[in-house]
Design a protein around this ligand. Structure first.
Ligand code: PMT
Length: 421
């Protein structure tokens, strides 16, 4: 299905998303922004998935999209006016706030977010956000400099702190012609996130960052130092977390795996690239899982040409890479940190040493060697945390991932309870 966008630009819905939202009640808030035209496709996707959708627009959103098309798609008149005699005779805004199981504001402009953060209630949409107990998600869309502005950063940090789900923005070409973060997430992705949030999994509303796969450290133009990690364990964890409602970002080394549905994936090659990708994404993170087999060392000054095989003995000088998980765990405001330990012997003692040395909340130790840990379809884990341990027996990595994240959820909840008491 194609929708005309501004300037004759046409946006096409892939319709590859299969989600079921039968009878779920969603308020779709639309604010003023060029991305508002995509809200029609989003409304269509929600309706097709079976949801009941009530569109609520801010007055200036009308400049970007007409209410008639949204009414035709959802089968409900669009609401906009805060002082609406027809509905307000019976306290319509409160009734609507109670009706919603989820409020999604897409696109959410910088102005809308600022007012939401300030607790203003000067539009029907803001009033509903204040008056509803339903989960509230926003999909920001704005120019990259507006997104980077300290005022917007502070508003977003404050909203995240209050439990608002902030979905996106994505990076890419902007309507203004600039390049950077600020694009609204695509309707398909928002649809998946709505399904995740309404499913109410154990990780609903939590933001998770994972590393997975190997790193490749270049020696020359064609050779590298690497390892046998296939990425399977990390990808299985990303998939399990997503299905439990988490917002998942996966930083992956070079692997031949498909991205699990609904997971944001960042591809990197070297340990330094992985380090940079992780450090940029620590904002408002609840959980960090380091499953990647990061090269501890990299060749000093890789050469740009192919080294000739003239010498009988070739010496490679190596320099230490930054320890990504230790650096995340050492930060003052940090997520719950889970590491892995790949050991050929002394599994428990080496893993516990690593847990303490890197300051981790939990470590999952696996034996590695021929047919074990790396590359294999299945795995077994010994999981250690302060004052506790448990064994997860050998099984497919997908099932193991489900058990490990359930353990992580328990420990995270236990930590929150201790901090609160
Ligand atoms: O990818 P698969 O084929 O499915 O295999 C899965 C796996 C065996 C790779 C996985 O289960 C695993 O054990 N991953 C961690 C491998 C590893 O590098 O372990 P380590 O003991 O060397 O490192 C300890 C921890 O520090 C790990 O969490 C690692 O991600 C992290 N680390 C290490 C070095 C570094 N520079 N930065 C890091 O963050």
């Amino acid at each position: 299905m194609a929708y005309p966008g501004p300037g004759g630009y046409t946006w096409r819905m892939t319709s590859s998303v299969s989600v079921h939202l039968h009878g779920r009640r969603v308020i779709l808030g639309i604010t003023a922004g060029i991305a508002a035209y995509k809200a029609a496709a989003l409304a269509r996707g929600l309706v097709r998935a079976g949801a009941e959708v009530q569109v609520v627009m801010t007055p200036s959103a009308r400049e970007f999209i007409g209410a008639m098309s949204l009414q035709a798609i959802t089968g409900r008149p669009v609401r906009e006016a805060i002082f609406d005699a027809q509905h307000e005779a019976a306290m319509g805004h409160i009734e609507l706030a109670r009706w919603a199981e989820l409020i999604l504001v897409a696109p959410a402009s910088a102005d809308f977010l600022a007012r939401l953060h300030a607790g203003l209630a000067d539009t029907l949409l803001h009033t509903l956000c204040l008056a509803s107990e339903a989960p509230l998600a926003v999909a920001p869309a704005m120019n990259r400099l507006m997104w980077a502005n300290p005022a917007t950063r502070a508003n977003i940090a404050g909203l995240l702190g209050r439990g608002v789900l902030v979905w996106g923005p994505a990076e890419g070409e902007q309507a203004c012609g600039e390049q950077g973060p600020g694009r609204m997430l695509e309707p398909d992705e928002l649809l998946r996130r709505v399904a995740g949030a309404l499913a109410g999994g154990r990780f609903a509303g939590r933001r998770v960052l994972l590393t997975a796969g190997p790193t490749r450290e270049p020696v020359d133009a064609v050779r590298f130092v690497g390892n046998r990690s296939s990425g399977r364990m990390g990808f299985a964890l990303a998939d399990a977390l997503r299905r439990e409602g988490a917002e998942v970002c996966l930083v992956s080394g070079p692997v031949g795996l498909e991205t699990p549905p609904g997971v944001e994936r960042i591809d990197v090659e070297t340990a330094l690239e992985m380090h940079a990708a992780v450090m940029q994404r620590l904002d408002a993170l609840d959980l960090f899982i380091a499953c990647a087999a990061v090269a501890d060392y990299r060749p000093v000054g890789p050469v740009s040409h192919k080294i000739k095989k003239n010498a009988d003995v070739l010496r490679l000088e190596l320099v230490k890479n930054p320890d990504i998980v230790a650096e995340v765990a050492a930060r003052s405001r940090r997520p719950f940190c889970v590491g892995f330990a790949a050991e050929t012997d002394g599994l428990e003692s080496y893993a516990e040493d690593k847990r303490r040395a890197k300051g981790l909340d939990m470590i999952a130790a696996n034996r590695v060697g021929p047919g074990l840990g790396f590359e294999a379809e299945d795995n077994a884990l010994l999981v250690l945390w302060e004052g506790g341990r448990t064994r997860l027996p050998r099984q497919p990595k997908a099932r193991l991932a489900e058990q490990l994240i359930s353990l992580i959820a328990e420990r995270m909840d236990a930590q929150t309870t201790t901090e609160d008491s």
